[in-house]
Design a protein around this ligand. Structure first.
Ligand SMILES: C[C@H](O)[C@H](O)[C@H]1CNC2=NC(N)=NC(=O)C2=N1
Length: 118
């Protein structure tokens, strides 16, 4: 169980500090299956989770959504048959904040409760 997933998100506002290169070097190894992707000039964390069917993918999506509501930090979720693409970034700063790494770790933990297939 990773330590990162036990953290809480801090309130995010437009002056919140984006993660530095040093922080990325510390945090990224804790979520090894996530990719940092650039879309519309915004860095984001993205991972595709595989599931046995649509119903399981939908149930996982719902769990991630509930955790997002608890933390006040929200992902993009694309639910398809047998897979869910989860993308985290911080809208307020149009980039990556520590919160995104925390939520990625929490998402990994939720996925462990499902029969995720790589
Ligand atoms: C007021 C509210 O907390 C903010 O608008 C939150 C909501 N959820 C959010 N989610 C994400 N991913 N980034 C944000 O900047 C953000 N802001």
């Amino acid at each position: 169980m990773t330590e990162l997933a036990q953290n809480k998100c801090t309130a995010c506002h437009k002056d919140a500090p984006p993660v530095t290169e040093d922080e990325i070097a510390e945090l990224k190894p804790q979520i090894p299956d996530w990719k940092i992707v650039e879309q519309d000039e915004v860095s984001r964390l993205e991972r595709i989770y595989k599931f046995a069917d649509f119903q399981t993918a939908l149930a996982f999506t719902q769990h991630v959504g509930e955790e997002a509501e608890k933390e006040g930090h929200h992902p993009a979720l694309l639910t398809e048959w047998g897979k869910v693409t989860v993308t985290w970034w911080t809208h307020a700063i149009k980039g990556l904040h520590r919160n995104d790494f925390i939520m990625a770790a929490k998402t990994d933990q939720i996925a462990e409760a499902f029969t995720a297939k790589k």
